[in-house]
Design a protein around this ligand. Structure first.
Ligand code: ADP
Length: 178
């Protein structure tokens, strides 16, 4: 068990920054269900990737909450973008935790299917969708840890925090979980 914990800890990295600049096989987009772009990290990813990303997204016909779909990364340093739709926070009694968990699990599964050795996540649902930071972070790290216990791939998971506050919540939560 101790060996497993050490190995998983080595695979997880927490950084502060802009996900559009991270060099990994796949970055995850906190998209909306239309997949046609939006604000927050979604807007930043579309701006950095270029118009071709929107063209490919149009062919996908949307995505349900908790599910994930993959496209190329175009002008991004990342080879792929995995688009997942987080739940809107409505107080926590509308299945939000299970749906957020699905976002992480399905994105990681899609990364494996596409041979991605490295993947970077933003803090899905914690912006416009208002999911409380601490609870969302527990799900992000908890689900990822579980996935890495069950799968050898991906070899690296990076959580990209956009603020100092989020960065310290992620660090604290990782210490608590592992
Ligand atoms: P959602 O609609 O799922 O809440 P948002 O894009 O509004 O998605 O926010 C999700 C998280 O992504 C927030 O914590 C926000 O601060 C963060 N974020 C916004 N832009 C970036 C970026 N360029 N890189 C990484 N994280 C970002």
């Amino acid at each position: 068990m101790l060996i497993t914990v050490v190995m998983i800890k080595e695979k997880i990295e927490i950084i502060k920054g802009d996900i559009t600049r991270v060099q990994v096989d796949a970055i995850v987009n906190a998209a909306n269900s239309s997949l046609l772009g939006g604000g927050g990290v979604d807007g930043a990813i579309h701006r950095a990737a270029g118009k071709e990303l929107l063209h490919e997204c149009r062919l996908l016909h949307g995505c349900k909450t908790g599910e994930a779909k993959i496209t190329k990364g175009y002008n991004l340093p990342a080879k792929f973008v995995i688009h997942t739709v987080g739940p809107v926070w409505n107080g926590g009694t509308y299945n939000e935790p299970a749906l957020l968990r699905n976002c992480y699990y399905n994105s990681l599964g899609l990364a494996v299917k596409n041979n991605c050795g490295s993947i970077a996540f933003p803090a899905i649902s914690t912006g416009i969708y208002r999911y409380p930071f601490e609870q969302a972070t527990k799900i992000a790290i908890g689900t990822t840890t579980e996935f890495l216990q069950q799968n050898n791939f991906p070899e690296k998971v990076i959580f990209v925090c956009f603020s100092d506050e989020m960065f310290s919540i992620y660090q604290k939560t990782l210490e608590e979980i592992l």
